[in-house]
Design a protein around this ligand. Structure first.
Ligand code: BTN
Length: 251
């Protein structure tokens, strides 16, 4: 496959079935020198890895699931910004195919109020250098009945809205990400991610509950700060939350 990029995806492996593109790429980086921009793509995963120790559900049809090795564009404490950047770039990619996707902080892509994709960014080291592995899963082809019953109200696939070729989604996303990580400096990446997040944020200014650690905070939010933390306006002031699970309380 030829992506319209110079770096991202130029070194690439495509598997019909793999345990997880994320663990495969991580293991590869520990074993040998892997060029930045390496892309591991799979149609099916046996044990897809989600955030917070969760797994990534496997669907019957081939989906868009990949892991990408990136250079350390931001200091480790700003890693959540990479999730936001990838989320907004993926939502924009889908929008350009007339699919009105939104981002749900911190790492989900939503369509018609349901999750259609997720992002997992991890820091790793190779020869004492830090790198980032971004893993993205997008449900491109599925019927509602393909999801387990308990997920049917929460999960969706792009094909329920519109049929799009998964390689076209991937190619456009890689072009957008390449422009950001190879031509912008840290501040531009952060400012762009913050600005676009405001436009694409699913629960902008709605009352939400954020479960983080053993705490539940309630409030409204319109933005993230420069480390990717959600700025939640609560009755006690502004809380900056680094990661958590959100529930919408009012529409
Ligand atoms: C989440 O929403 O929890 C993040 C899900 C990330 C899933 C992708 S699919 C491709 C890559 N390989 C994995 O094992 N996980 C990520």
């Amino acid at each position: 496959m030829n992506f319209k990029t110079k770096h991202l995806g130029q070194n690439f492996q495509h598997f019909k079935t793999i345990v997880s593109t994320q663990t495969y790429l991580k293991d590869l980086v520990q074993k040998e020198t892997v060029p930045v921009g390496t892309l591991i793509l799979a149609d099916h995963q046996e044990i897809g890895k989600g955030t917070q120790g969760r797994s990534w559900f496997s669907l019957p049809e081939p989906q868009l699931m990949f892991s990408l090795l990136l250079q350390p564009i931001l200091p480790p404490h700003k890693l959540p910004i990479i999730n936001i950047l990838c989320g907004v770039l993926m939502a924009q990619t889908l929008e350009s195919f007339d699919v009105p996707a939104k981002v749900k902080w911190p790492n989900d892509i939503y369509l018609d109020g349901k999750k259609c994709g997720g992002i997992l960014s991890e820091l790793i080291t190779q020869n004492q250098e830090a790198y980032i592995i971004v893993g993205i899963g997008i449900n491109v082809t599925a019927k509602t009945s393909d999801f387990p019953e308990e997920l049917q109200k929460q999960a969706t696939a792009i094909s329920i809205h519109k049929q799009i070729d998964r390689y076209e989604i991937l190619d456009l996303f890689l072009q957008k990400l390449e422009k950001a990580v190879y031509t912008w400096d840290q501040n531009q990446i952060i400012e762009y991610s913050q600005e676009q997040f405001k436009k694409l944020w699913l629960y902008s200014n709605q009352t939400i509950q954020v479960q983080h650690g053993s705490k539940n905070s309630v409030g409204k939010s319109t933005q993230i700060n420069s480390t990717g933390a959600l700025e939640l306006h609560t009755t006690h002031g502004i809380e900056k939350i680094l990661s958590g699970t959100i529930t919408l309380l009012t529409k």
